[in-house]
Design a protein around this ligand. Structure first.
Ligand code: ADE
Length: 303
């Protein structure tokens, strides 16, 4: 891996997605927004919403100045609205605690709402050009394959893989190294059917060429037992919250809606035995600052 970094970076130059808008900027705010959006949503879906979001809220100051409901509204199409709420809280903390300037240190980043070890490393690499490795399952899979062979059975812990990866980053190339590994993981070194013949790391990869049948047998043998009868999505609180926010977001002209009108609109959408929970979930959304309640009814918060 260490010796193969030049091949990886050359591959990225010719085949990588360096045109992605968040790779063409070092603006910490834009990078944070992109990382929050990309946490659980595919690049193609993020692209148009990211552009519109940055145009609407171009800085931490602009985002902190609006209400959480406005941010949730602009998040439409990405799902997982709690990310929008955390991003908004982060913007307010950056304004109140850091004078509007995103801190660079790992510890200060980790103390911000919505930032865990992965996002802290990604922000440091992409905004500040630090040589941190932003390791998610995709990049750990590549490191395992290249250095140790197929990832089943796992031959190293996540921490060991992280240490190997960090050592592999050529000095001052953290930005492109992370971008290259992300692209390699999604287009070449995929979990199920890797395209080893197209891989810039094939000469130095312990696992190459991966035999897809063997990979699938090993993966099945190591598959975690399915969680016991997990709840269908329609029965989760996340589903109910999503339907309430969606209904309020679609209300033209930000008009106030009564709880009974909201319930009336949602009876055909949510399971009948959960309709009674709607007022409670609305209370929670009010406490979280997403919904505003007045004597006339409720609306998505906006400034
Ligand atoms: N570029 C920067 N961060 C990314 C991510 N999380 N996914 C894909 N491309 C990225």
């Amino acid at each position: 891996m260490i010796g193969a970094a030049p091949q990886l970076l050359a591959w990225y130059r010719d085949h990588g997605r360096s045109h992605l808008p968040w790779r063409q900027t070092r603006d910490p705010y834009s990078i944070v927004v992109s990382e929050f959006m990309l946490q659980q949503t595919q690049v193609d879906r993020v692209l148009p919403i990211y552009e519109a979001f940055i145009a609407a809220f171009p800085s931490f100051a602009a985002l902190a100045a609006v209400d959480a409901g406005d941010v949730v509204r602009a998040w439409r199409g990405l799902g997982y609205n709690s990310r929008a709420v955390r991003l908004h809280a982060l913007a307010r903390t950056v304004m109140e605690t850091h004078g509007g300037v995103l801190p660079q240190s790992r510890d200060a980043l980790l103390a911000l709402p919505g930032i865990g070890p992965y996002t802290a490393a990604a922000v440091r690499a992409f905004a500040f050009e630090c040589d941190d490795a932003a390791l998610d399952t995709n990049i750990r899979r590549i490191v395992h394959r290249v250095m140790l062979g197929l990832e089943y059975p796992p031959l190293a812990s996540a921490q060991e893989l992280d240490a190997i990866a960090t050592d592999a980053i050529p000095v001052d190339r953290g930005h492109d190294w992370n971008s290259a590994m992300m692209d390699l993981g999604s287009t070449v070194c995929m979990a199920r059917a890797p395209k080893c013949l197209l891989c810039p790391l094939q000469q130095s990869c312990v696992a190459s060429p991966v035999d897809a049948t063997c990979l699938s047998t090993l993966a099945k043998a190591h598959a975690k037992r399915a969680p016991q009868a997990s709840l269908p999505f329609e029965r989760t609180t996340r589903f109910l919250r999503g339907r309430i926010i969606e209904r309020l977001r679609d209300e033209p002209g930000l008009e106030v809606m009564t709880i009974s009108a909201l319930i009336h609109d949602l009876v055909t959408v949510v399971p009948p035995d959960r309709v009674a929970e709607i007022p409670h979930i609305v209370d929670v959304l009010v406490k979280e600052g997403i919904v505003r309640a007045s004597e006339h009814g409720i609306t998505l918060r906006s400034s």
